[in-house]
Write a protein of this length. Sequence first.
Length: 434
Amino acid sequence: MQVFEKQFMIGAATAAHQVEGNNIHSDCWAQEHMVHTSYTEPSLDAVDHYNRYEEDIRLMADAGLNAYRFSIEWARVEPQEGKFDEAEIEHYRKVISCCRENGLEPVVTLHHFSSPVWLIRKGGWEAETTPADFARYVRYVMERLGGELRYVCTINEANMGVQVAAIAERYKKQMMAQLARAQAAGDSVNSEVQMGINLEKMMQDQKAIAEETMQVFGVSKAECFTSPRTPHGDALVMEAHKAARAVIRAVCPAIKVGLTLSLHDIQALPGGEAAAEKDWDDELTHYLPALAGDDFLGVQNYTRSRYDASGSMPAPEGAELTQMNYEFYPEGLEHVIRRVARQFHGDLIVTENGIAAADDTRRVAFIERALAGVQRCIADGLPVKGYFYWSLLDNFEWQKGYAMQFGLVAVDRANGQKRAPKPSLARLGAYAGK
Ligand code: BGC
């Protein structure tokens, strides 16, 4: 096993909503508590990282990690529009200090999926006012905490809404095709036999969802960060990033700024080249002009996706799947880094990479194979500056709830939130240069 240079960041990543608990002013919290919710369960006190961050940071330090990526929660810092909560800033100041005391470089993300409810009431991530709102929050945070930071990610997976829109579109097409086939075969459109689809009920649900959304958010469609994004909304996300970057440059010029993107290792089989190229353009290429002034790009990879002449392909027959049903494919990270480095000319930081698995030996294998790929990239001169495993803790995996085990550390939520480091934590730490 080859150890990295001392300055290479070896860390773990978390996001506020997924670990802290009681993020009550956020859109996610509101959605989790709706009758018509797509969340499996509510986050509630999550894994209580808000109160246990010292223990969690110490666990990382003891295992040899030298960096920690976490997010600051907008909904906590600005629970009502224009009303900031100084106590929350002090909370994050303590988290940053705790990192430093334990020899960990804090890498802060300013927006990781969750947003304040008030922002959604104003039209959320499709509203013209959002970039300026975001910039005002970023200024507030930077003026208070910026002096203590060296790396800031403005927005996590800025391309997530576009990916969700593409999946929704693909799903819609499949449903339409199924309906057409069923109609041609003489089935009733509303029959529940059509792969469990009951159009009438779906329409009723749509109506009920719109009504409840109106009650909760004052709009009939909640444009959260992970809602399907329109091209206009996508451009606004970039505006928000650029506005935040300008604020950070003005307040703390020494900070290295970037955003992060969800990047699949997109592979084309014969006939799938055009679809694969389009997908990569959606995931990275069309953002490059907006990223031109960034210091680094946060690369987030979990698996590969393949296209052939008939479109997106399932995982190969017999492939190992993670709890998320993704193909276990740690080599994807190296492929993505090499591809990104040809197009983006700044530093690269792997801000997320990992698997959800009950068997920790699979996580160890994943990390070893992924890091071997990172080391080959560095040996070839690519500017990779850090690797953050997702995630430090078994945590709240958004709509899928607590069943997904991404963590280097298990958490027993039923028994006082007890932490139990897994062997993968020490394994990852062993890669950090001393
Ligand atoms: C997100 C995380 C999420 C992880 C695993 C990334 O898309 O940034 O918040 O938990 O993937 O699905």
